[in-house]
Design a protein around this ligand. Structure first.
Ligand code: AHR
Length: 495
């Protein structure tokens, strides 16, 4: 029997709605032929795929990052505004962009799905002036050059784009605009920040943290950025594609290992990400002490997903194991709610995708990862609280003890409801859990269940609903038997 105890009195923080973010980029068929697909019969009057809009709403996507990614340092917003007939055709990694999906279309599409826009400016081929103009184009009032252009393009009201990222993966040598040392980035980023805040002082800025703060050549990158850009910084970012780099890399071994060994290895290495959060939390605390303030600075994981298959093949199929890894990402966000305040699953459509479309056609299906996000919405706006997890463990290859049951919880005091998220990572065994809530008695437990006993099960055009969410209900006690390879999001009403 596995014992799990939720303590609603030990508060971690608020579960921030911005953790339910996503990301769209002109990479393969994500934007063109995915989000924007005027050739499809299933697109609306603006050329936006209707199923993508509906599924994005179901996923509760709260913010969308655009236009990249590694595409951002090539992207000039001026190419994507004004009369569509005059917009240039550009290419990125061989993928053509008509630029018919530019800033105005992005904002319109975000409004349709009910998400906040989050823009990453060009710090490669772009300038501080261009970034300032982009802010003014989006947020300026009539009577300034770029705001007047927006108005002339049909949008009299400012868009009030609040979230802006200053560069993408700029600490990594593969990135156009690469800044080798933190000092190189600080110098450049400060100028961008000053210029952008000049156009709108209310915007929130996301700065490039170390691409991943463990196994990173510049040990002090994050502290240096936090310290030198302290007056400007609202978020420091990281990216994490589990299985891709670092100690968790399975790029060269996953096929030889097979799905089960890969599953346990990657489940173990979600701990690496949690360590990254711990390290960055302490960096933020340290720099706050240095400045004698307690400024709220969040950690933005603004690209994440499993991505260990061939890098060039963007149509990544997500099996049950991959979907549960995304469940572990969400458990980490909830467990670290005090600092995990912005996250973006990468990407939305066709590229490392939450959902898949037949470009120009009508085929569509959602991948398991999208259902996992939808299930975690039950935690949105709740108070994240502590869970004592006395469940079974397994021996990891790096971490000594890895939880077979991965858990997190949140609480709503007014409705006396606990949300308990449990992943059973065991690929063949049921696990019985005995759930306790400190000082409280359980009235009812209901909720949702996702999973499949076949580790390689996935959705496809032929079988679009193999992986889906099922309802779950029990009464009386807090003892529950968990299916192998499953995620449960339980709604526990207290007496
Ligand atoms: O999401 C795909 C790519 O992965 C992004 O463009 C880049 O930021 C990351 O390396």
């Amino acid at each position: 029997m596995n014992r799990i105890i939720v303590n609603p009195k030990r508060v971690v923080g608020k579960v921030n709605p911005l953790i339910f973010g996503n990301f769209i980029e002109n990479l393969d068929r994500c934007i063109y032929g995915g989000v924007y697909d005027p050739d499809s019969r299933n697109s609306d009057e603006d050329g936006f795929r209707k199923e993508v809009i509906e599924a994005s709403k179901s996923m509760g996507i709260s913010n969308v990052r655009f236009p990249g990614g590694c595409y951002a340092p090539f992207y000039h917003f001026e190419d994507g505004i004004g009369d569509k007939a005059n917009r240039p055709l550009t290419r990125y990694k061989g993928y053509p962009a008509s630029n018919h999906f530019g800033t105005d279309e992005f904002i319109k599409w975000c409004n349709k799905i009910g998400a906040e826009p989050f823009i990453c400016v060009n710090m490669g081929t772009g300038t501080a002036e261009e970034a300032m103009n982009w802010v003014e184009y989006c947020n300026g009032k009539a009577g300034s050059r770029w705001a007047d252009k927006r108005i002339a393009n049909g949008s009299p009201e400012p868009y009030n784009v609040k979230y802006w990222a200053l560069g993408n993966e700029i600490s990594a040598p593969w990135e156009l605009g690469y800044t080798e040392t933190p000092q190189d980035y600080i110098k450049k980023a400060r100028e961008f920040a000053m210029a952008m805040k000049f156009a709108d002082p209310t915007i929130k800025l996301v700065f490039c943290g170390a691409h991943f703060p463990i196994d990173f050549p510049h040990d002090n990158w994050n502290r240096d950025i936090l310290d030198a850009l302290y007056d400007y910084i609202d978020y420091i970012n990281i990216h994490d594609y589990i299985g891709n780099d670092y100690k968790d890399s399975v790029r060269d071994t996953w096929q030889e290992w097979g799905p089960v060994k890969t599953h346990y290895f990657l489940s173990e290495f979600m701990t690496l990400l949690e360590d990254a959060y711990r390290i960055m939390r302490e960096d933020i605390r340290l720099i706050n002490h240095k400045h004698n303030k307690f400024k709220t600075i969040g950690i933005a994981l603004d690209e994440y997903n499993p991505w260990y298959r061939h890098e060039a093949d963007h149509m990544v199929p997500f099996n049950v194991s991959d979907s549960l890894l995304v469940g572990s990402y969400f458990n980490i966000f909830v467990r670290n709610s005090d600092v995990a305040t912005l996250s973006n699953m990468a990407q939305l459509v066709n590229t490392i995708p939450a959902m898949v479309t037949e470009s120009g056609g009508t085929g569509f299906y959602r991948q398991g990862v999208s259902y996992v996000q939808e299930m975690f919405l039950a935690n949105r706006d709740m108070t994240a609280v502590d869970v004592w997890n006395g469940g079974s463990t397994y021996q990891g290859s790096y971490y000594k003890e890895v939880q077979l049951l991965d858990t997190s919880a949140s609480y709503d005091e007014n409705n006396r409801t606990v949300i308990l998220n449990i992943i059973n990572r065991d690929h063949e065994n049921h696990h019985t859990v005995d759930i306790g809530i400190t000082d409280e008695q359980i009235d009812t437990i209901s909720g949702q269940l996702f999973g499949d006993r076949e580790i390689e099960a996935m959705n496809t055009f032929a079988e679009p609903a193999r992986l889906r969410v099922k309802d779950f209900e029990t009464t009386g006690s807090g003892v529950i038997e968990l299916e192998p390879l499953s995620l449960y999001v339980l709604k526990i009403r207290l007496k």
